[in-house]
Design a protein around this ligand. Structure first.
Ligand code: ZN
Length: 385
């Protein structure tokens, strides 16, 4: 785990800046991903790589939008290798397998040519199970972090710090027990398991989640650069060494300085950013589909209840309003899931015949509904013809 820095520092809080711009700074260079999914350090370009090709590649990486790359990762299906390749390329990863010299310190002209062929040279055969497993752990941890509210997020970070301490202590206690030959102390609670139980996140990877909550997902922290920009405003640039780090920091920034939170679309289950999208739905299409389906469901429930009303014995109908009885009936049948308004029920039963007539739907309106409708719009329409 983390190595403890032995130096002593003097640290005092001077000020809390309310309006400091926080920038994410990452080198516009591809990051090599090895077969086991670990990120290798920055590679430069071989001197033989043409200026034009280098600039073209770098300008694509300069334009990366970490929030949109993050949303795509949250929705990434690791069984769909084509979309995994597309994501890896968009995030700025390059497969170690495509490099001319596997442990090179620079991209050769041949490497650059392959990277220029789309998705930074990714093909399904380069997506090893090691890469998939590792990225999947990050996707799940990031999903988790993005849906927590502010209070939960603080508690999670606290738990992640406790987990690190517990992990360190358990390792020490285990080592001591082995050395002193005292098996009693070995009966310790697994810190990883305890941490995940605490968070009620049994399927996540404790190390990935712990590191992502405490730090950047790949390290416990990262250097920031405080400076004053050309307009004279104070700014902080967080220097990210890799796409995973940038994504993790983007989550921390959003959880601290904005209300952004990932939400699952009620209709299609896709994760999305509700500030850019629409509240419970990822798109207008999903919203319309969901609301239309819901409306149809409610209308069919009302019609069914209206049928039930017609066969009700007269003494049970006495002194009762049909619409109110239907509302109660629907609520009873759906265990309170649908709380309808009597006025809406009246409207549905009053206009359903003319509506379905227009839409050409096949259904048998309840006799009463028909009677009401015949006195209304349908009759008038018939007259006009
Ligand atoms: Zn949707």
């Amino acid at each position: 785990m983390q190595t403890h820095v032995q130096n002593a520092y003097s640290e005092k809080a001077l000020l809390a800046f309310p309006n400091v711009r926080v920038r994410l700074r990452s080198a516009a260079l591809p990051i090599v991903l090895s077969e086991d999914g670990t990120e290798n350090g920055l590679l430069g370009f071989h001197w033989k790589v043409q200026e034009r090709e280098r600039t073209k590649l770098m300008s694509v990486l300069e334009r990366r939008d970490w929030r949109s790359i993050r949303t795509t990762l949250l929705n990434l299906d690791f069984n769909n290798l084509d979309s995994v390749c597309e994501w890896l390329g968009s995030a700025g990863y390059v497969a170690q397998a495509i490099l001319e010299i596997p442990n090179s310190i620079a991209f050769t002209p041949g490497d650059v040519k392959r990277m220029a062929s789309g998705n930074l040279g990714w093909w399904p055969e380069f997506v090893t199970s090691g890469i998939r497993d590792r990225l999947e752990k990050y996707r799940d941890a990031f999903r988790w972090m993005m849906q927590r509210n502010e209070r939960q997020f603080r508690k999670d970070i606290k738990a992640a710090h406790e987990y690190r301490t517990a992990h360190y202590e358990t390792a020490q206690a285990t080592a001591n027990a082995i050395l002193s030959d005292n098996p009693r102390t070995l009966r310790l609670r697994d810190p990883a398991k305890a941490f995940l139980e605490d968070l009620r996140a049994p399927n996540l990877d404790a190390n990935v989640l712990g590191l992502a909550l405490r730090g950047t997902g790949v390290s416990e922290g990262l250097p920031v650069h405080l400076y004053w920009d050309s307009k004279g405003f104070p700014a902080i640039a967080a220097r990210c060494g890799s796409p995973l780090e940038a994504l993790c920091i983007s989550i921390h920034i959003d959880r601290n300085f904005s209300q952004r939170q990932a939400v699952k679309c009620v209709q299609c289950g896709k994760w999305f950013d509700p500030i850019r999208g629409r509240d419970r739905f990822c798109s207008a299409r999903c919203r319309n589909f969901f609301l239309t389906t819901e409306r149809r469901k409610k209308i069919s429930l009302v019609k069914q209840a209206a049928q039930d009303w017609t066969v009700l014995p007269t003494h049970k109908k006495a002194n009762r309003d049909r619409a109110e009885w239907i509302v109660a009936q629907v609520s009873k049948q759906t265990a309170g899931e649908y709380a309808l308004e009597p006025s809406w029920v009246r409207k549905v039963l009053g206009t359903s015949a003319s509506k379905s007539h227009r839409a050409g739907e096949q259904y048998n309106p309840a006799p009463i509904a028909k009677a009401v409708t015949m006195g209304g719009r349908v009759a008038k329409r018939a007259e006009r013809k």
